[in-house]
Design a protein. Sequence first.
Length: 330
Amino acid sequence: MSSSPRTPEPTGAASPPPANVPRAGAEAVLRRLEWTVLRRLDGLLQGDYRTLFRGTGLDLADLREYQHHDDVRYIDWNVTARLQTPYVREYTEARELAAWLLLDLSGSVDFGSQKVTKQSVSRDFVALLARLLTRHGNRVGAIFYGAAVETVMPARSGRLQVLQILHRIATRPAPPRSAGTDLRALLATASELLKRRSLVFVVSDFLSAPGWEAPLGRLAQRHEIVAVRLVDPLERRLPDLGLIVMQDAETGEQLFVDTHDRAFRRRFEQVAERREQALRTAFTRAGVDVLELSTTDDLVDAVLRFADLRKRRSRLLAGGGLPTHLGGLQ
């Protein structure tokens, strides 16, 4: 589509669920993750939680003379001009972190070649991430996207907030048939709503109409962005299944194909590889970190990859003067 979509109005602040209303489905999902995944991570991550989720806000603490390898972005030019000597600002880090989950729940995310769909992988990762954040006192908000932006949940802390997010994922109506996903609406809504610097997770398969790369880059100028990309092996390589019907999950369009045809399977892989290269280029240009989540992944391994991503970012930032974004870790 050539014209820019009209950004839908959010449906308003989501009120927290009453404490006496059971959330059986959400509670079951969260309890399973706490027992099977979170307990394993407690032993593996140990003291790494602070590195993973320390605050991104900074408060001015002091001024000192510039030293070699200091980050030039922190030079106080007013003081430097007055004293004729370069001075840099020193900051203390705010402990509380505000994290936002930008959740793509469009039709293409509800795909899985095996028993696990991309949406169930997204749900479990989001639940685990939100619980890791909230149990250390941080706040988590969420913006839900189907065929358009549907709901905005303000950032709050606590286990109840995680249950609310899970409940909304489970009970939202299926998105209607549409012309396809357009992530520009989701990213535009986030740009309007998020005024303070936050840690933002864009959870999507990024099968979208073109034009989302620039809004993602603009969002990354103010916030720390992690693109959590959902993938399924069948989207990259087709096995020999004979004659099958392929259906677009969003438009409903169907296509009869012969996967026994080796030339067809090779063309499919070439198209998939071009899409992969285009996505890698888009993420690099936007300057965002990338975590890839496959429907075949172990969730613990995925979180540990995220932990490694955060550690490498921290080491880069500690060096001073180095790039503020680390390209895709997959």
